[in-house]
Write a protein that binds this ligand. Sequence first.
Ligand SMILES: Nc1ncnc2c1ncn2[C@@H]1O[C@H](COP(=O)(O)OP(=O)(O)OP(=O)(O)O)[C@@H](O)[C@H]1O
Length: 705
Amino acid sequence: MITASSGSRTVVVGVKMEEQESHTHCSELLTWSLVNVAQPGDLIVALHVLPNHETVNRDGKSSLFSLVKAFDSVLSGYEGFCNLKQVDLKLKICRGSSVRRILVREANEYRATHVIVGAPRGFSKIRPSISIGRYCAKKLSKDCWVFAVDNGKAVFKRDGLSSTNCADLKGSRVGLLGSIQWKFGKSSKVLNDDIQDSILLDSSCHKAVDQESYSGGDGENEKNSLAMVPVKVNDAGSSVKALYDREVANLKPGWPLLHSRISSSDRRVSERSSFPRISVVQWAMQLPSRNLSYDKDRFLGLDSKSGALVPVDAEIGTIASPERKSINIPKELVGLHEKYSSSCRLFKYQELVSATSNFLPENLIGKGGSSEVYRGCLPDGKEVAVKILKPSEDVLKEFVLEIEIITTLHHINIISLVGFCFEDDNLLLVYDFLSRGSLEHNLHGNKKNLHEFGWTERYKVALGVAKALEYLHNNGDKTVIHRDVKSSNVLLSEDFEPQLSDFGLAKWASSSSSYTTCTDVAGTFGYLAPEYFMYGKVNDKIDVYAFGVVLLELLSGRKPISGDYPKGQESLVMWASPILNSGKLSQLLDPSLADNYDHEKIERMVLAATLCIRRAPGARPQMSLISKVLKGDAVVMKWARIEINALKASELLDEEASPTSNLQSHLNLALLDVEDDTLSLWSVDQNVSLEDYLRGRWSRSSSFD
Ligand SMILES: Nc1ncnc2c1ncn2[C@@H]1O[C@H](COP(=O)(O)OP(=O)(O)OP(=O)(O)O)[C@@H](O)[C@H]1O
């Protein structure tokens, strides 16, 4: 039996391949499942039941043969998305007479946590998917979630008892390197375990399907699994891999960065599971490259009672271990306190335990992908937010980087670090507490606060975050690129003054405009700039793009990505772009707010958003210009209007030039706004820089005025 690794979940999706319907049913159901249910670490099993009587097609070919081929073409479109979302997608084909019974049997075999069924588009019977959904709900354990999806909407849902609910894409941070290693490790394991009845898909497909292997079986009890196909993952180095290598060489848009990671890691088998059950420090010490033999005279000591590593702090005068001997500590933590003692405090773990009333669940104010945040109160009455980092491969790097970067930043719109703690099993960061929580919460969370969070406050937030980013990008000779600008990383004070937080992914850059290429693309769905997502290219413009998405959230009240909206509107950028082009502002603005807004300020936010989300990084202005737009600088506003008119003209041309899209580009567009860059390059050429504009060197400006 194949199951997901411990701690992860298995989602069984009953897919039906409809020859005549260009596979739309299968794609829709899978897309729905991946967007709405899948979470990093999940195993998604696309299960197709082949009726017993179907052995040959009308054209006389083996039905299984054509079926696998058809599935391959559909599923290969999901490769990039699955890698990004860190899920493993498998196809399983079973033979049998009753689809529902086989679904239940397979779900039980996989110990599925979620089962998703659908119905072919245009099916005229009364919602057959609901009836299958009900059947599965009745037959499957109460732990299992069951969904019936019809036309892109869940028409039936049975909540499972397990606490693991549906995915919330907004919070899914992505880390490509990690996902690929995991995927290979996991895929290899699954294949080895199941090698007897699995068939690897070869590019020709002829080897993929053993024609003998599906010759019989007339009951559901029979072992009638026919094919288990890992999507585009092939340990044996088949032509699929060759394709990756070719594509890397050409660096075409698509998934080149993913491909390069895949080709360089195809022999790795990593056993990445969920979070390890050992301490962060212990865990980090196991990593070979991070260890350092260190005489602990100075900062860390071994607690003779617990055997744990504890900080030795001369100022606070805590533990000095009697057993002074050489021990291994992660090199990242060496000298940390000494280096930052002037700018922030080293807390003892006990102090933070007391401050948060032993991390009382009621004090939990937020959860991130890699952390939990508790509200706390220090003995002097100061309120703090205590962030506990969960173990992960990069946790030490992120911990130290956050301290390193944040202690150099001093701005009213950037969060202050009060102190930190590394002790025993724990890595903690202590910040000023911001009473209104995150912008994300204010926009998309508790709707009853909405009347307080009106247009004035939203404008204030937009301007404050712009100033924070301007400061980061122009702070002396070292630019800081945040890399994870998003509404959950903007915190609000009582009077809605925003502060940018979470510098765990931030990067130093020598200058704001020069590019560096990252192999560890990380960030959050919905906010990733296309050039960063596709090529790992990083400069300040990736923050500008993400800020544009935050502006759109402020204007529309919509989430950057959500499966709640109709097909094609899941991505905020994709939904908003045509509206921004059409200038029909009423369609863009948050319907839950009254329309007594300050027109000028809204226009500034709209202009700024339009400029920020331009696909070509070179066409996105620097944050200093965006701040000026938001402040309403007359000259810059005029220039911005000209820019945007030029953009509209270029987009109209582009629409005429390339009206079609395939599944891959549809997914890219819908979820990540990744598209061929030709339009953007065109628009860069056509547009005028502010400098040129000010020098009056742009002769065509009058035609757009
Ligand atoms: N200083 C703070 N004051 C008040 N609330 C905070 C503070 N810091 C964090 N929070 C709350 O905790 C939540 C989680 O924060 P955290 O930075 O751990 O994760 P995130 O940014 O939401 O996600 P990820 O870490 O995956 O990017 C925030 O969204 C916010 O609601």
